[in-house]
Design a protein around this ligand. Structure first.
Ligand code: MN
Length: 270
């Protein structure tokens, strides 16, 4: 497939569209209910297939060595004992195989998916898998403060109009969209801007501690401190720290065209 050049002009009439929702925080996480509310503003044909337990940081992992189970919780609502990728695969190729969804929405994640987070994110991977299987796919994340309850109001206020505009817009092939809502009351949000992926200084930290038997264990993670990263284009971290909703179109194709040209000098073809 030629990525990035061909615009997908096929209009999607969202009122008759089938929407599949997944996440990486697990089917019982509050953010998935927020996304269901957003999806129901577009269509009545909304299905949920999501991991039984939290899969944050699972990235695009696929379970191939152990069997997967689908557990029906209620009408149009299923849990899978696997990753977000497994959930989208089973949702599209098994549960909804007779009529696959037109749109895959992943989230709303409780926490940002900005800059390098994209590489670790199960939320983003859920959208990528939806795209790979032929749907329009959007990952959605609500930025949170480390302390206190999650405030979903920016996602609830801006989610419906952002998703609707994205669905109505022409898309390049091989592209999904990563949306982050700032941690602000809706009336404080400055608007929506289109961004590129930002960069952070490496923020992961390892905490060493000891279990009750004196053996060391390690915990990866550090509180996020976003500083707006510099670029010619506004970045996702810049947009959200300045109080905007960030909308980043992202490419499935990770290859770098400029470096390909440089490397061809080192590896000339005969
Ligand atoms: Mn998560």
């Amino acid at each position: 497939m030629a990525h990035g050049t061909v615009m997908n002009l096929k209009p999607i009439d969202f009122r008759h569209s089938r929407i599949l929702i997944t996440n990486d925080d697990g089917i019982h996480a509050p953010g998935i209910r927020v996304l269901e509310k957003i999806a129901h503003t577009l269509s009545d044909d909304v299905w949920v297939v999501a991991p039984e337990i939290e899969q944050s940081g699972a990235s695009h992992s696929l379970t191939v060595r152990i069997p997967l189970r689908i557990r029906k919780l209620s009408s149009r609502r299923y849990a899978v004992n696997g990753t977000p990728t497994d959930s989208v695969l089973l949702g599209m190729l098994q549960i909804l195989k007779r009529r696959p969804p037109d749109i895959v929405l992943s989230g709303v994640n409780g926490g940002s998916n900005l800059a390098e987070d994209v590489g670790h994110s199960g939320t983003v991977a859920g959208a990528m898998e939806g795209l790979m299987l032929g749907a329009r796919a959007i990952a959605l994340s609500q930025i949170i403060s480390e302390k206190g309850p999650i405030n979903w109001k920016a996602a609830l206020a801006y989610g419906p109009r952002v998703v609707r505009k994205l669905i109505e817009a022409p898309w390049a092939s091989g592209v999904f969209v990563n949306v982050n809502f700032p941690n602000l009351a809706p009336e404080k949000v400055k608007g929506v801007i289109v961004t590129c992926q930002g960069r952070r200084q490496l923020q992961e930290r390892i905490t060493e501690a000891f279990d009750p038997f004196g053996r060391p264990y390690y915990w990866i993670g550090a509180p996020r401190q976003d500083v707006p990263s510099k670029s010619k284009e506004p970045t996702d971290t810049y947009a959200t720290t300045m109080g905007y909703v960030s909308v980043t179109p992202m490419h499935l194709d990770h290859s770098h065209k400029g470096m390909m040209r440089t490397l061809r000098t080192a590896f000339p073809s005969k």
